[in-house]
Design a protein around this ligand. Structure first.
Ligand code: SER
Length: 342
């Protein structure tokens, strides 16, 4: 059987998966993409992928089959239960977020052995790896570097932080006592801030108040934010998140001084976001009804991220600042989206 060179995307039907498939399918060389998700892939994306597999990253038999059928040279591992969902189902979250990641790291390792080449493993981590003890510390800390305040208070944050370490382990130390140790996993990771997409809605995240506010306004629905007005975390428009993933994947290995990089675009308070939404949709009804539990999670996430290492090593620059994201991406695309739904 001829094995095809392939990019594997897990969580393909998720928000980031959508944008990534569109971006990769638009490349002139049009790579072969295998999309894996527990849900069916959005119909519009199906022609863009070589194969759609509805399956679970915990199914090791399924992953072994992939190893024999395809020559996977890059894995974008996006599948995860987000922070709010993970608090409701912590043990399930641990299984999916941690065991699922180990299964894919092992797949990457096995592929690298059979191909005799490193396999790129691009991992989507999160601002949730940080855990600031209180709002005063958060205010004082400002922009947080990669190695500061790594005391996550959520299962999701613990899972992501541990998987960053597992990525480092598989890249640098896996089978360290074996005589046949060879090149294996080329692990590269971005820590995303809250992501805002104009075309999809997140499920089960705690930064969701931002996209929910915008999508509700565009549909003429009232929205009650589950965080306080002054709550501030960093955000990024979805096209920049995709840009970060593909730029990091394309960077020469020798340019990378670290395995894990912060990336960010703009920090805004919930009140500032609401004002921007209100300017774009003057009829919008936005109120604030904080939930203690979810508020506590966002309060533990930093005000901003220091992404200077990503800027220096692989030329990371967001395309969208807050105004550009609202005026030129979010508002026009969302208006179009819901006009189509009318
Ligand atoms: N957006 C994610 C969440 O809220 C954070 O990475 O869970």
């Amino acid at each position: 059987m001829i094995r095809k060179r392939t990019i594997l995307i897990t969580g393909a039907d998720g928000e980031v998966g959508h944008g990534l498939i569109e971006r990769l399918a638009a490349l002139p060389e049009r790579p072969s993409i295998v999309a894996l998700d527990v849900r069916k892939l959005d119909r519009a994306l199906r022609p863009m992928v070589e194969r759609l597999i509805i399956g679970d990253i915990l199914d090791t038999k399924l992953l072994e089959t992939l190893t024999t059928e395809y020559e996977i040279d890059t894995i974008y591992h996006l599948a995860a239960l987000l922070s709010t969902s993970s608090e409701f189902h912590p043990e399930t979250a641990h299984r999916v977020n941690v065991q699922g990641t180990i299964n894919l790291l092992k797949l990457a390792h096995d592929q690298s052995q059979s191909r005799g080449q490193a396999v790129k493993f691009i991992y989507a981590s999160s601002i949730a790896v940080f855990g600031l003890p209180d709002v005063a510390t958060k205010q004082a800390a400002g922009m947080v570097g990669e190695d500061q305040y790594l005391n996550p208070i959520t299962m999701y944050g613990c899972n992501k932080l541990y998987c960053e370490h597992l990525g480092r382990y598989y890249a640098q130390h896996y089978q360290q006592l074996s005589a046949t140790r060879s090149i294996g996993v080329d692990f590269r990771c971005v820590r995303f801030p809250g992501l805002i997409s104009a075309v999809t809605m997140p499920t089960g995240g705690t930064s969701d108040y931002a996209p929910e506010m915008i999508h509700a306004a565009a549909q003429g629905k009232p929205y009650a934010s589950f965080v306080r007005e002054d709550t501030t975390i960093p955000f990024m428009a979805m096209p920049d998140a995709i840009h970060a993933l593909v730029t990091l994947a394309a960077a020469p290995r020798e340019a990378l001084s670290r395995l894990v990089y912060n990336v960010t675009s703009f920090s805004r308070s919930a009140e500032e976001l609401a004002a921007m939404v209100q300017r774009a949709f003057p009829q919008a009804e936005i109120t604030f009804r904080p939930s203690d539990a979810r508020q506590g999670i966002v309060d533990s996430w930093p005000l901003g991220l220091d992404d200077s290492a990503a800027r220096a090593d692989w030329g990371w620059r967001p395309t969208y600042d807050a105004d550009h994201a609202f005026n030129d991406y979010l508002v026009p695309t969302i208006v179009e989206l819901y006009r189509g739904a009318e």
